[in-house]
Every structure is written in C-alpha cells, then in structure tokens.
Design a protein around this ligand. Structure first.
Ligand code: ADP
Ligand code: MG
Length: 787
C-alpha cells in the first residue's frame, strides 16, 4: 500500500477497519471446510495440515484441531485475529477473548508457510503454560513446539529454539541472543536465525519495556575507583556543597562543592573536557549518596546491595542499577564490590525485536499506542471486535482531596459491595499501597488476599480465583497478568493449582457459581489511582467483563496522587470537598486528564529520544556482528591476517597444521573484537552521560561546536567507531605476531586475551531518579499549555 493511501486510510477510517473486511471475506470459505474436516481422523487431519497452503485452509484446520484437542472451537473473531497476525499486524483483542489460541493458530500458519516462529510471552510461567496448553493443537497440526525459561539448560534451549515454534519471555530470549553473540564456536550457539516473532501483550513489550536493556557481563577484575569517589561524595554537605531538587530526582554540585571535590582530587578542573569521566563518576557517587535511601530503595543483606522494586515491592533478583550507580552504592555502604565486571554486550528489547524480519503481536490495548507502534516498528493495528459485546459498566472517577479521604471511600465501597457477595478486585499502583490498604481493610473486618508478585505461578493461581463469590483481591498492575478471571472462580481447572479464596461457598457446578456471581453484577474492579497512561487503566478495567460477562469498574483518585502532583503541579486549588472530601469541581477532573496526558507525552518523548540515541549504536552493532559471524563461520580471520602479515603466516604454516592455524587466528580475532566492543560500549555510555550532563547546564561542551545533543553524540560516535575498527585491526595483528601458536593452538591466556572466567546476565532497572522524566515533565506541561 502506498504511503499516501495508508495515510488517507488512517484519516478516513478507524484503524484496522479496512483490513478487517479483507479477513471477513475468508470466513465463509473457512466455514465451508468445517464439515469435511470433521470427517477426517487425526492422522488425516495432520496430513491435511502439512499440505495446507492458503490462509483460509490454515484457519479451517486450526479450528478443527483446537476443537478436538481443547474442546474449544475458535470463534470467528479469533480467526480474524489469527489472520491479522498472519498479515504481520498487531491484533487488538480484549482480555479473555482467547488470544493464546489465536496466536497459536497464527504461529502454526507461519510454520506452514515455511517459517520458524518465536512467541514472546510476558514471563517464564506464561511461556511454559502456553506452550504446554497449546501443545496438543500443534501436535494435531504437525507442528513441533518448545519453550525456554530461566532454568532451561543449554541443551534444552537448543532443542526448544530448533522447534517450529518456541515460547519464551523477552528477557530469556534476549539473554540467549546475547550469549550467542560471544560464542567462540558454532557448536555453542543455541538460538536460530531470527525469523518470525509473535508478541503477546505486545504493547507492554514494544512500548512499556522497549527501552529496558538486557545485559551480559563478564568478570573483569578491575580496580575499584568508585571507592574514592564515594568517600569524597560522603564528605559533601547538603545545601552547602550540593542541592537536591524538589522532586528528589536530581542532585547538583554547587560551586563550593565543586571546589571541595576538585581539591580532594588533587586540584583538577572538574569541568575540563579531559575530566569528563571523573565528573561523571562523582555525579554518580553523589546520586548514590544523596538520593538513594537504604531500606527504601535497597537493602543491605549478606554484604550485598539488593534492590527493592517499587512497583513489585520485592527484592529484585537479577536486577541492578546502571553499572556505575550500583558500584557507587556498594562503595557508600562499604560492602564488597560485587562483580559488576565488564559489560560485554547489551541489547534493548526494542533492538531485540528489531532483529526479526517479521513481527506481529496481540494485546487488549494497542490503539492507544498506535502511533508509536507505527513509528518505531512499522506495525499496523487490526481492531478485532469481541465475540460477545462488552457490557461492563465503567463508572465515572471518584475524586477526593486527600489520600486518606480516598482510602476511606474505597474501604466503605468495598464494605458495601462485599456485603452483597459480589467479588472485588482492587488495583493498586505499588506494593506499599497494597499493603496499607490491606491493613485498613483488615481493621474494617474485611479479609482480602494481597498479591505481591511473589512468584508468577502462585500469583496466577490466586488471581484465577478473584471472580469467586465474596472474594476481595488486592493486586498491583503487573500481578497475575495473562490469567483468566472467571466468574464463580476457576474450580481449579486449567493448569492452575487449587487456591482457595474468600468465603466463596462451593455451588453445585461451575455454571451455577458463574450465574450466581453474574447475578450480583459480576466482578467489580476498583482502581486506586490513574496510571501514567490510560492504556494501563484500561488493562485494569479489562480484568472484568470478559466474554460479555456483567462487571463494573470505578477509579478512586486524590488530588495528592503522585500523577497529579508531578504532572500537573500548578493545578489550581480545587476548594473544599464535600463532607467526605469528595471533589465535584469539573475543573479538577480536567486536571486529572491533563496530568495523564502529560505523563503519556513524557514517556513518548523519552522513547523518541532514546530511540534516536540508540539507532546509530544499533547500526554499528549490526556491522560488527555481521563481521563476527563471518569470523566464526569462515576462515576470514586467517585470510585477513595472512594478507597483512604474510611472513608470520608463512612461518607458522611450517609448524602448525592448517586447521589449527585457522582456528587460532579465529580465536585471536574473536577475542580482540569482543574485548574492543566491550570497551567501545563503555565509551559510548560515557559520551552519552557527558552530553547529558552538559544538557543540564554543567560545564563547557567538551567536543566543541553547537550541535544538538543527539547530533553531537552521533558525530562523536561515528568518529569513535572508526577508531574502534582501526584498533581492532591493529590489536589483532599485534596479537597474531606475538602470541604463541603451536600445533595445540593459540595460547590466548598468556597473551592477555583470556575470555572472562564467568559471565552472567541481568536486567537494568530504570534509573530511579528518572532525570529524563523530571526534565521532560516540565517542557511537556508547558507544551500542552494550561487550560
Ligand atoms: P486472553 O489472552 O485473550 O486474555 P486467553 O487466551 O487467556 O485470553 O483465554 C481466555 C479463556 O478463554 C481461556 O480460559 C480459554 O480456555 C477460553 N477460550 C479461548 N478460546 C475459546 C473458545 N473458542 N471457546 C471457548 N473458550 C475459549
Ligand atoms: Mg493472554
């Protein structure tokens, strides 16, 4: 479709409505095949699947296979979803519409077209659940399926990726890709060439988590210069030597502070271009000192720093702050420096997805991020209607002056609703809030279950019961995602254990229990505050009213909510509330919407910025990896070296067998390349940080000129990349000259080219100060204007 036509279409029609009719036209054809397919035995069905060529045939076979294997005959709308996925779109289908099955049929369809598919799941638990759940359907269709989780062994991974369809979380797949990037032998690779990626909950992966870097680090045994900086930062005094901004997100050295630090560092000029690295380190140490609080942001346990994740409220295993910051906190607390090691490589989830020639996905909330999906990934959305119209009643927001008024109102709402037996699900913004609320409710004599993201499988079992009579469930946004909430409870079916919940009386049958709860109005969802995007609000609402069930939702807000205080800080005072503190002023409600739009705008701007910074590095990485692949798979290394150092090559050929020499040259070249790349990444981070600092108004521009920050960054990185390539060539040649190479191969260790003795992976948590965020809030608020 031409650019103009698609733009016109966007203008004239609802997104997705044009493409939908194309899929709808296939439905009669699919229906026409149904009877004949039912007549086939299983073996004949599998044989027919192997021969299926067109989309209608694939859907018809998939429908029959699902009916036999699961006792669920896919609805027409589910097949529309499958067809959208097969066209490389993001299918928007509400929660509970059966996306797992739609996705599996699409995956099988891609396999029939000759592709290999990876299904990106939200977490390990869902990867395994969905692979096992859909297994019998794939079986009937003659498609092999596998899954990877954190505990999979290398052999299991290799087998799983080699299957036609492989399920895995974004981080597990990303870690495998990273580890493969450092493989020194083709036999060590576990992943396959990227082909088709089908992403579940596509908006969370592609928008919310897109910028999260996955990191592979290796032990480097470096000297620990962070200690000195921590000591210097520890001596600085608030207000006199540094200032913390109101939102406690940023810390600035004062002139007096800079002088003290400069003296302590031996009389250097902190703001001179050549001291950029020192200034960066000091800034990080000061952040650790002034802004990160023990027992709030982190725990010190077993001589280690452990992060507390605010949204999940648990110690975040396998998570670290950006590298320098983590080391700075360790230095501040005087604990042993963990092996932060050296970052060998890292990849954002966005770049990970970008590796696949074909991407498609499914989610309940895509339209709200349609622009971004198009801009960053070139993805179009198909809006699939629900199988049964949604009848959930979404009540208007209830707004209060203070957080205390709001909590009172929620408790009294829950009390009166619970008295009727109607189940209630309360969505909180973070775990601290969950716990406070649970405490309040138990004081009020209400017993509830609190989900604290303990572990995904357990959580799924509990959330599945949130629709039981009398259930009260308190949960954060992320908890129990992907789990179906059935009215009347799950009756322990599906893959979940039988958690008990609430004071639900066991009825005669699932049907009777469902009807009983439906008669009470279905599940009532209560939101404890608007999220930073209306899309997340919708995800919470969507937990109720699945498949045409009755249900309701209502959000309780306070003028003190963080969203409002950060994103609409200059909102006019709303005057007195009613007797219970409820605010009815329509202007106040307007402020809430405004704050949410500011937050959405900020996230988009950060995404755009980061995207612009990342693009060049990603291009460079691609170049490097392509080269690395050739080194790994061909004799390019030896050919290159023999060309530049013919005498050395000739000498070696006299004593070293050909194959051994090829391998030695390969290992030397790979080692130098990988070393240099890790160093290059560190350099890139430093350049980026330096440009950031300057954007905050500190010091002169060390690179001169008056370019925009991104342009400046790109210019510098282009220069450094040229240097990187020259360095790699020179160092590789030098190593080839000097390293001992015998019939046993190259002695890399003696040549200082030992591989890291250990590698490990982790996810970088957002920098908790969100400096980008704070800065962007200001400009966006201005941009949107005040009423
Ligand atoms: P989603 O991911 O869209 O929220 P799921 O894939 O988790 O939904 O499916 C929700 C529930 O609907 C599951 O319990 C599943 O068994 C059921 N389901 C899916 N498709 C059908 C169907 N065609 N007929 C009956 N039940 C279905
Ligand atoms: Mg799902």
């Amino acid at each position: 479709m031409s650019g103009l036509r698609s733009r016109m279409r966007r203008f004239l029609q609802k997104p997705g409505s044009a493409t939908l009719s194309r899929y709808e036209e296939l439905l009669p054809d699919i229906a026409a095949q149904e009877e004949e397919l039912r007549g086939l035995d299983d073996a004949a069905l599998t044989a027919a699947a192997a021969a299926a060529a067109d989309d209608a045939g694939i859907c018809a076979l998939g429908r029959e296979a699902a009916r036999r294997a699961l006792g669920e005959r896919p609805f027409d709308v589910q097949l529309l979803g499958t067809l959208a996925l097969l066209s490389g779109q993001v299918a928007e289908m509400a929660t509970g519409e059966g996306k797992t099955l739609s996705g599996a049929l699409a995956a099988a369809g891609y396999v029939r077209r000759g592709h290999r598919v990876q299904v990106m799941s939200v977490n390990d638990y869902l990867a395994r659940r969905d692979a096992e759940w859909m297994g019998p359907v794939y079986d009937l269709l003659g498609v092999s399926v596998g899954w990877v989780t954190q505990v999979s062994t290398p052999d299991e991974r290799r087998r799983a990726y080699a299957a036609d369809v492989c399920y895995g979380s974004a981080s597990e797949i990303g870690f495998d890709v990273l580890r493969d990037r450092l493989a020194t032998s083709v036999d060590d690779l576990v992943t396959t060439e990227p082909d088709v990626i089908l992403i579940d909950e596509a908006d969370s992966v592609l928008v919310d988590e897109a910028l999260v870097p996955l990191v592979l680090a290796g032990s480097a045994g470096e000297a620990d210069s962070g200690r000195e900086m921590a000591q210097i930062a520890g001596r600085l005094l608030p207000r006199l030597h540094y200032e913390v901004d109101d939102e406690r997100r940023n810390v600035f050295l004062t002139d007096a502070g800079a002088r003290v630090a400069e003296q302590a560092l031996g009389g250097i000029n902190l703001y001179a271009a050549e001291n950029l690295a020192v200034l960066t380190q000091l800034n990080v140490a000061l952040h650790a000192q002034a802004l990160l609080q023990r027992d709030v942001d982190y725990l010190v346990r077993d001589d280690r720093i452990q992060l507390i994740s605010a949204s999940r409220g648990r110690v975040a295993r396998r998570q670290r702050w950006p590298d320098g910051l983590h080391a700075a906190v360790e230095a501040k607390e005087g604990v042993r420096a963990s092996e932060s090691g050296q970052i060998l490589d890292s990849i954002t989830i966005q770049a990970l997805v970008g590796r696949y020639p074909v991407a498609c996905g499914m989610t309940g909330t895509a339209v709200a991020v349609g622009e971004q999906l198009r801009e960053f990934y070139g993805l179009e959305i198909a809006v699939i209607p629900p199988n049964v119209p949604c009848v959930r009643e979404d009540e208007p927001d209830r707004l209060y002056l203070t957080a205390a008024d709001k909590e009172d109102a929620v408790v009294s709402q829950v009390t009166s609703t619970h008295a009727t037996g109607r189940p209630v699900l309360i969505g909180t913004l973070d775990v601290a809030e969950s716990e406070r609320l649970a405490e309040r409710m138990s004081q009020a004599g209400l017993s509830c279950v609190v989900l604290n993201a303990k572990n995904d499988a357990q959580e799924a079992a509990i959330v599945a019961e949130a629709g039981a009579r009398g259930a009260i469930t308190v949960s954060t946004q992320m908890a129990g995602r992907g789990t179906d909430i059935r009215l009347g409870g799950s009756h322990g079916d599906g893959t979940l254990g039988g958690a008990t919940h609430g004071d639900g009386t066991q009825g005669d049958s699932p049907r009777a229990d469902r009807d009983d709860v439906a008669g009470l109005g279905g599940l009532l969802v209560i939101g404890m505050g608007r999220h930073a995007s209306s899309r997340l609000d919708d995800q919470l609402r969507g937990r109720s009213g699945r498949q045409g069930d009755p249900g309701g939702s209502v959000f309780f807000l306070a003028m003190e909510d963080e969203l409002i205080t950060t994103c609409a800080p200059d909102a006019e005072p709303v005057g007195a509330g009613g007797p219970d503190g409820e605010v009815t002023d329509p202007k106040a409600h307007w402020t809430v919407g405004h704050a949410q739009r500011v937050a959405e705008g900020v996230h988009l701007q950060i995404h755009r910025d980061t995207w612009r910074y990342n693009t060049l590095l990603e291009d460079q990485r691609r170049t490097v990896l392509q080269h690395r692949g050739e080194l790994l798979r061909t004799d390019l290394a030896l050919r290159t070296l023999a060309e530049s150092l013919p005498e050395r090559a000739a000498t070696l050929r006299e004593t070293v067998p050909g194959e051994v020499l090829v391998e030695a040259a390969r290992q030397i070249s790979l080692a130098q390349l990988d070393h240099a790349w890790a160093e290059y990444l560190a350099q890139a981070a430093e350049v980026r940080e330096g440009i950031n600092l300057r954007a905050l108004g500190h010091g002169p521009n060390p690179f001169g000129g008056s370019l925009s920050p991104v342009a400046e960054y790109n210019r510098e990185m282009t220069r450094l990349f040229g240097q990187f390539r020259d360095d790699v060539t020179a160092l590789t040649g030098h190593a080839f000259q000097t390293i001992t190479i015998t019939a046993d191969g190259a002695d890399l260790a003696a040549g200082g080219l030992a591989r890291p003795s250990a590698t490990w992976t982790y996810v970088v948590q957002d920098n908790p100060f969100g400096t980008d965020f704070a800065r962007a809030v200001k400009s966006i608020s201005r941009m949107l204007g005040r009423r």
